[in-house]
Design a protein around this ligand. Sequence first.
Ligand SMILES: *[C@@H]1O[C@H](CO)[C@@H](O)[C@H](O)[C@H]1NC(C)=O
Ligand SMILES: *[C@@H]1O[C@H](CO)[C@@H](O)[C@H](O)[C@H]1NC(C)=O
Ligand SMILES: *[C@@H]1O[C@H](CO)[C@@H](O)[C@H](O)[C@H]1NC(C)=O
Ligand SMILES: *[C@@H]1O[C@H](CO)[C@@H](O)[C@H](O)[C@H]1NC(C)=O
Ligand SMILES: *[C@@H]1O[C@H](CO)[C@@H](O)[C@H](O)[C@H]1NC(C)=O
Length: 583
Amino acid sequence: MQVFFFFFFSLILCSALIFSETLENDKRVLLDFLSHFTLPLHRWNQSSPSCHHWTGVTCSGNRIVSVRLPAVGLNGLIPPFTITRLSSLKTLSLRNNQLSGELPSDFVNLKNLTHLYLQRNRLSGPFPATLSELKNLKVLDLSNNDFNGSIPNSLSRLTRLRVLNLANNSFSGDIPDLHLPNLHQIDLSNNKLTGAVPKSLQRFNTSAFSGNNIIITVKEKKRKTPLGLRQLPFLLILSAACVLGVSGLSCIIMITCFGKTRISGKFRKRDSSSSSSSTPPGNWTSRDDEEGGKIIFFGGKNHLFDIDDLLSSSAEVLGKGAFGTTYKVTMEDMSTVVVKRLKEVVAGRREFEQQMEMIGMIRHENVAELKAYYYSKDDKLAVYSYYPQGSLFELLHGKRGMYDRVALDWEARLRIATGAARGLVKIHEGNNGRCVHGNIKSSNIFLDGCIGDIGLTTIMRSLPHSTTGYHAPEITDTRRSTQASDVYSFGVVLLEILTGKWPVNAETKHGEKMDLVTWIRNVVAKEWTGEVFDMEILSESGGFEEEMVEMMQIGLACVAVKQQERPHIAHVVKMIQDIRSTD
Ligand SMILES: *[C@@H]1O[C@H](CO)[C@@H](O)[C@H](O)[C@H]1NC(C)=O
Ligand SMILES: *[C@@H]1O[C@H](CO)[C@@H](O)[C@H](O)[C@H]1NC(C)=O
Ligand SMILES: *[C@@H]1O[C@H](CO)[C@@H](O)[C@H](O)[C@H]1NC(C)=O
Ligand SMILES: *[C@@H]1O[C@H](CO)[C@@H](O)[C@H](O)[C@H]1NC(C)=O
Ligand SMILES: *[C@@H]1O[C@H](CO)[C@@H](O)[C@H](O)[C@H]1NC(C)=O
C-alpha cells in the first residue's frame, strides 16, 4: 500500500514538474527571443509568471499558446530557433514592427499555428515555403512587406485557410489555382502578378486582385448586367410583390373572418368564398379604391398582379410582435416575401406615407428592402424581403443544442456585426441624416447583418416590450428614439453576439439574473475574464479571444450611459473593421 502511495505521489509530483518545466521552457524561449532585440518588454522578466503578467502572452494548459507583439518596435531579423520552439503556439502576431530578412525555415515546427500575422514589416525574400507545411493555418497575413518571387502552388495544402492576405508585396508570376474550400477572404492587390485570375478564385471580388497586371474578364462580365436588362428582374420582383402585398391582405381578412388564428395554411379562392362575410377577392381593388387604400410599390409601377396567382399562394404566420402580425407569403413561382400587418399605427395617412417613402429610399445590401406598403383605414401593411435563414436572434438563441441549430462561429458573428453596423450607417444617413431606426434588436437583424423593421417605431403608438433590454436609459418612448439610442441598442446586440445571452435577464455563471449590460459592466469592472464569452465561440480553436475582447470594448463604448459619450455609428463600423484588418 505504502509503495503504491509513494509511487502515486511521485507520479503526481513528476507530472507537475514536467508541466512547470514545459512552461519554464516556453518562458526561457521567449526571453531568448527578446534578448535578440534591444528593447524592454513590459513585465517580461524571469521572476514574474509569464502566463498572467507578460504583455501579449496567453497560456492554455501550462503552455504558451499565443504571442502578440504588435508595434512594439522589434527590428532586424527574426531570430531562428527561438519563438519556433513554442510548439503549442496557435497565434503569433508580430505585425507592425520593423522585422526584416527572410522568415526562418524553422517556422515549420509551429505545427499547431492557426493565426500568423506578420503584416507591416520589412520581411523579404521568396514566399516562405515552410508556411505551406503549417496545415492548421486559418489566417495568414504577410501583407505590406517586401516578399518577391511567385506565390507557390503548395499553398493549396492549407485546406483550413480562411484568410489570405499577401497585398502590397512584390510577388510576381501567375496566380496559382488554389483550391481552398474554406477561404473566404483573399487579398493579392498591389503586387506584380500577371496572367488571369484562376477559376478557383473567381468567386472573390476583383478588388482583391487590383494593382497587378492581371486580366480580369470572365466574372466581371457575368456580374455587370447592362442597365436595360436590370429592369427585368426588378419588374418580376415588382409583380411578385404586388401580388404578395394583396395576398397578405386577404390572408389577414380571412383570419379575421374565421375569428381564429392559424399558424399556417393555404388560402384559395374557394376558401374565401365559403365565408359569406368576405368580400369576393376580385373586388379588392375597387373596395380599396373607395376607401382610398392602395398598394404603393417602390419604383412607381403597380397593378401588375394577377389575382388568381395571388389567391393560390400560401401564407404562414411568422410571428406576432408589438407591431402586429408578420406573414410569410410564398408565391406560385416560389418567390417569398414578408408581409407585416401593422397595428396601432398612430400616424395619419400623410405621415405614414412620408415615413414609408423615406424608408423605401434607403437601399443597401445590409438594409432589408421595403418593397411596398399599403394604407387604408383598417389596414396598414409593409412588404419586405424574406430571409429564409431567420434572424440573428434565432441564430443565437434558437433551439440551442438541438440538431437543427447550427453553431454560429466567430467568423459569422463578426460578419453579421460588420454588416449590421454598415446597414445602420446607411439608415442614419437617410432623411438627410436624420433617420432613426428606433428598434434595433437581434430579431430585426438577418443573415450577414441585414437590418429590418426600419423606422416603424416613429409611426407606432407603443413602446414594444420585446425591446426592453435594448433600450438606452434615456428612452421612455420609441417615438423619441434618437441615433444615439440606436447606437446603444446596437451595442447591446454586439454584447449579445459575444455572450450568446438574452439581453434581458441574462443568467450569469452563478445563477443570478440581471440585464446583460449591467452584468458585463460588473465583470469588466472586477477583472477581465473570458467568462463572459459564449462557449460556442470560445471553444473554437482559433485564438480569437483578442478579437472578442476588442469587440467587447466597442460594445461597451456603444452602451455608454451618457448619450454624448457613445460613438457615431460610422465610427463603430471603422472600429469593427479594424478588429480584423489590422490584425
Ligand atoms: C521582475 O518583475 C518583478 C515583478 O514585476 C519586479 O519586482 C522585478 O524588479 C523585476 N526584475 C527585473 C530584473 O526587472
Ligand atoms: C497541437 O494541437 C493538438 C490538437 O489540438 C494537441 O493535441 C497537441 O497536443 C498540440 N501540440 C502541442 C505540441 O501542443
Ligand atoms: C527578390 O529580391 C531580391 C533582393 O531584393 C533579389 O535579389 C531577387 O532577385 C528578387 N527575386 C525575384 C524573383 O524577383
Ligand atoms: C496596400 O497599400 C495601400 C497604399 O499604402 C493601402 O491603401 C492599402 O490599404 C494596403 N493594403 C492592405 C491590404 O494593407
Ligand atoms: C468589390 O469591392 C469594392 C471595393 O471594396 C466595392 O466597392 C464593390 O462593391 C465590391 N463589389 C462586389 C461585387 O462585392
